[in-house]
Design a protein around this ligand. Structure first.
Ligand code: C5P
Length: 226
């Protein structure tokens, strides 16, 4: 244990996509590389926090000094989150699939002939992990941060999302056409809190993570009232 600004603090980060299987070989998923979440887990650990990273499927190297718990589906991610001890801060960067196939077929769904018409795919809603973590309870983290990937009206949608989810901060980013944010190295975010909205310059995802970790630390220690 070093003397970092976040030493003694527990941080939970969700990252990556979730994969929602239809049969043994097919799934639906969101586009997410996991980079921003992994960078945040790293940055929090660098400040001395005890970090758990709950990760959907990604190809990224596991960050050193972080406890990584892997999962595939939203239901698995929810179960891992529910099993965690009380956290000081939760950062939900994961691109959780909003819906999953109602049934997982045990055998590969076969296409019999060229003009075979597929059966309709029935979907059911997944749990909203961020909303669950944000709900008032004695074990709610002091600070809960959600992400909002929007393609238009970024700030208005993100403000509405902050209220709907019940989280404290929303990190909004524009993933619209030509943004190159999805899978890219850089990110341009707007941080939305109850009182404030600040637009950050376009930065390397590692720099976004470091700035965010520094703000988290100031907020947990009461130095800022964002
Ligand atoms: O509603 P939307 O998916 O746009 O919200 C994004 C935020 O909510 C992200 O922080 C994401 O990690 C979180 N989320 C979640 N569980 C879901 C859907 C989204 O935790 N089922």
């Amino acid at each position: 244990q070093g003397g970092g600004a976040l030493s003694g603090k527990r941080a939970l980060v969700t990252a990556g996509p979730t994969h929602e299987p239809m049969d043994p070989v097919r799934y639906i998923a969101n586009r997410s590389s996991g980079q921003q979440g992994y960078a945040i887990a790293n940055a929090l650990a660098d400040l001395g926090a005890e970090v758990t990273l709950i990760s959907g499927p990604t190809t990224l190297r596991k960050p050193a000094g972080v406890a990584v718990q892997d999962c595939e589906t939203a239901l698995e991610m929810q179960a891992l989150v529910a099993a965690m001890p009380v956290q000081d801060v939760a950062v939900c960067t994961a691109a959780v699939a909003d819906w999953r196939p109602a049934q997982i077929v045990g055998q590969k769904i076969k296409k019999q002939s060229r003009d075979d018409v597929p059966a309709p795919l029935e979907l059911v809603p997944n749990p909203d992990i961020l909303a669950d973590i944000s709900a008032p309870s004695p074990s709610r983290p002091q600070l809960v941060i959600g992400f909002a990937a929007e393609t238009e009206n970024v700030e208005a949608h993100a403000r509405a999302k902050r209220l709907r989810k019940g989280c404290d901060w929303i990190v909004a980013n524009d993933v619209g056409e030509n943004s190159d944010v999805m899978g890219g190295r850089e990110n341009q975010i707007t941080l939305i809190t109850e009182q404030a909205s600040e637009q950050w310059p376009r930065l390397d995802k590692n720099d976004v993570a470091q700035r965010l970790a520094a703000l988290i630390s100031e907020r947990l220690s009461g130095k800022i009232d964002l």
